[in-house]
Design a protein around this ligand. Structure first.
Ligand SMILES: Cc1ncc(COP(=O)(O)O)c(C=O)c1O
Length: 405
């Protein structure tokens, strides 16, 4: 278990971070760190034909009905059209059995994640998270002047809720991501409930269900319904394939949601996102079909890894941690040489890299390239080379191997 407030920002941000004036330093408290900032910190631009399995995106993109709804609403783009937000809130509330005032819609879940941490963590109230875990909240906590307490996952890769409680009697926020990013592993409903029932007074549990639709998991939404000290986040960026369209939601008791509104309000929504999100929710086949597709491809990749003796952490989402059996940067670079961009490293597990499940064809290409990396046929410093121009565009020459969250 380690307390670590030291942060390293992605390349461009890190550079500007170092040269900030006093006024700009204060403004950093408001900067929202996102998955693409974290995922693409080391890559300047991707070649056109690159295989990108590095940012937990959905290669299928928005569903057909979502695309049609987004296109159809464009002529109305001259107006704010708040009623579209109301519509989406209503649909979400009905689906989850909540009151309208327990639902807020945002342009993705990064914003409510940041603002929840800003509202409930402080120099007096720590931010407690799993290790490895999704890093965005640690940036928000540090900006809020809060201590960041990282607690290793259990042997079964769940959040160690008892250790989290013991590690921070002064906690303001317990962040629980289930399925966890980056491991894709679950924390049981009973463990989340235990955390909620035993946490210090005045703290909240922030349950991030960005990947829940991929898994056979019990949601913690019933705890929101029961009025507990829980804020729950969902996003349309993952199974719904709308990362670039930007839509997400926060669910919680009205008094908790009001607190996070002080940090940035809500309802500044692009109407294309609202239309696409509403259409997605009305498409009853979307989630089960995409869940099946992802599970099938993931199962095939795991079977291949098993067959070839490679180790990984079995996951229930659209990403998993793969053991590279070396400092993982060498494997990441050797894969990039083959035009396949895999995910980043978490310092707690320095030999592992995160892999996103792509299409079946992308994963076949991933497997062929992985075989070459593991056999030594392609290494970071030798082997198959892309054209020099391509390589130059592709990579920044970073001296740091790892983003430290
Ligand atoms: C665990 C988790 N939470 C939240 C987000 C935020 O996503 P978005 O802002 O696209 O909704 C991500 C993105 O990858 C994530 O992995």
């Amino acid at each position: 278990m380690a307390n670590n407030n030291e942060l390293s920002l992605p390349f461009a941000s890190r550079r500007s971070f170092l040269s900030l004036s006093a006024a700009a330093s204060a403004a950093v408290a408001f900067r929202i760190v996102t998955e693409p900032m974290l995922a693409h910190a080391r890559v300047l631009s991707f070649p056109k034909d690159a295989i990108r399995i590095d940012a937990n995106e959905n290669p299928l993109g928005p569903s057909t009905s979502a695309r049609e709804a987004a296109s159809a609403i464009v002529p109305q783009g001259g107006r704010y059209s708040d009623w579209l937000t109301d519509d989406l809130v209503k649909t979400l509330a009905e689906m989850e059995g909540l009151k309208l005032e327990q639902v807020r819609v945002y342009a993705g879940s990064s914003e409510p994640l940041h603002h929840t941490v800003a509202a409930f963590a402080s120099p007096q109230r720590s931010y407690v998270t799993a290790d490895p875990g999704y890093e965005a909240g640690t940036f928000a906590a540090t900006a809020a002047g809060a201590k960041v307490v990282k607690v290793p996952l259990t042997k079964g890769y769940a959040h160690d809720v008892k250790a989290m409680l013991a590690a921070a009697p002064d906690a303001g926020v317990f962040y629980v991501c289930s399925p966890n990013n980056p491991t894709g592993t679950l924390t049981s409903h009973s463990d989340i409930e235990y955390l909620v029932e035993n946490k210090p007074k005045g703290s909240i549990v922030l349950v991030d269900e960005a990947y829940i639709h991929f898994a056979d998991a019990v949601s913690a939404m019933d705890l929101v319904k029961a009025g507990k000290d829980v804020i729950l986040l969902r996003t349309f960026s993952k199974i719904y394939g709308m990362a670039g369209l930007r839509c997400g939601a926060a669910f919680g008791r009205p008094d908790l949601l009001e607190k996070i509104e002080h940090y940035g309000g809500w309802n500044f929504m692009p109407i294309t996102a609202l239309a696409a999100a509403s259409a997605s929710l009305k498409d009853a086949e979307l989630v089960p079909e995409r869940k099946r597709i992802n599970a099938r491809i993931r199962g095939e990749v795991f079977a291949w890894l098993d067959h070839n003796g490679y180790s990984y952490v079995p996951s229930e989402s659209n990403c998993f941690m793969l053991d590279t059996k070396r400092p993982a940067k060498a494997a990441i670079d050797a894969m990039a040489k083959q035009n396949i961009f895999i995910g980043r490293i978490w310092p707690a597990w320095p030999t592992y890299a995160r892999i996103t499940i792509g299409t079946a064809s992308e994963m076949e290409q991933f497997q062929a390239a992985w075989q070459k990396v593991m056999s030594g046929a392609v290494t970071a410093s030798a082997g198959a080379m892309p054209s020099p121009g391509e390589l130059g565009r592709r990579k920044r020459n970073l001296d740091e191997d790892v983003i430290r969250g």
